[in-house]
Design a protein around this ligand. Structure first.
Ligand SMILES: [Zn+2]
Length: 172
């Protein structure tokens, strides 16, 4: 799911709570709940990796563009939440995907090229088992509703979802 959609959920949370740790926790929770909605982009990662730099830039900038649009809309139409609470909720809302991205980089770059360093890191921090546990949890939510959508249908679902969230964010 687009990170901007997740971030938008974070903005809504921060409009209703003023406590930073609560906003962060609810942000994380909102990520898993949104991921349960079938959204058809399971193969987007593989597609991006085929031509990584170009396609990553494309998807990243699209996402960033939508985030800017959402932030701008909430700014001019709704009441903008406390900045530190908003930041905490947004970070929480995108955190599971960030962990996943770091894990991906860890596997692709570190394990492949620096297996010794990886072993030391694993022995000292049990980082890998944390990643593994998180991956399983993340996947569980993604697969909870077993409905695979095509990319186009998934995109339509995401547009409707983001539209609904945007409506909620400007009518807090
Ligand atoms: Zn996710």
């Amino acid at each position: 799911m687009f990170l901007s959609t997740h971030a938008l959920a974070g903005i809504i949370i921060s409009q209703h709570f003023t406590n930073v740790p609560v906003a962060l926790g609810l942000g994380v929770l909102s990520h898993y709940i949104l991921d349960m909605i079938p959204h058809g982009d399971e193969r987007l990662g593989a597609w991006v990796k085929e031509k990584f730099i170009r396609r990553f830039a494309l998807t990243f900038l699209t996402d960033l563009g939508f985030l800017a649009l959402f932030v701008y809309t909430v700014h001019v139409t709704g009441d903008w939440p406390l900045p530190n609470v908003a930041l905490a909720a947004i970070v929480g809302a995108v955190l599971p995907d960030l962990i996943w991205a770091v894990y991906d980089a860890y596997r692709v770059l570190l394990i492949k090229h620096f297996p010794r360093a990886t072993k030391i890191i694993q022995d000292v921090t049990r980082l890998e088992s944390f990643f593994n546990h998180h991956e399983r949890l993340h996947r569980w939510f993604h697969a909870y509703i077993e409905k695979r959508l095509t990319f186009k249908v998934g995109l339509a679902v995401q547009v409707i979802l983001a539209g609904g969230l945007l409506y909620l964010s400007v009518h807090p």
